[in-house]
Design a protein. Structure first.
Length: 108
């Protein structure tokens, strides 16, 4: 069962999602851990976390540092099992590198 109705309603998405497999670091106020970005858009990303979502306090989620894209503040939107959806709080800061990675994925 999904923890957020926003994930279930795909018609509400503003940006196309692109499948990727990128290393990232997820930072909470009390720890940093490694995860994988499984899809990405200009507005957010879907992450695969090492443990199930129940093991994390998403109120403490602060930033996401994505290899080849950069560091961006994020907000938790939904979670299910090992998957977590995040929204970029300031996507303009990474827009250029994000657009480059998305273009590479679209051309692959």
């Amino acid at each position: 069962m999904l923890s957020s109705a926003a994930f279930a309603d795909t018609n509400r998405r503003r940006h196309t999602r692109y499948p990727v497999d990128l290393a990232c670091q997820v930072t909470f106020t009390d720890r940093t851990l490694h995860a994988r970005v499984r899809d990405i858009s200009l507005g957010g990303a879907r992450l695969h976390m090492p443990l199930t979502a129940a093991h994390y306090d998403f109120d403490r989620l602060t930033t996401l540092d994505i290899r080849r894209i950069g560091l961006v503040r994020v907000r938790w939107r939904w979670s299910e099992d090992h998957l977590v959806g995040v929204e970029f709080a300031s996507p303009d800061l990474i827009r250029q590198s994000l657009a480059r990675v998305i273009a590479e994925q679209a051309g692959a």
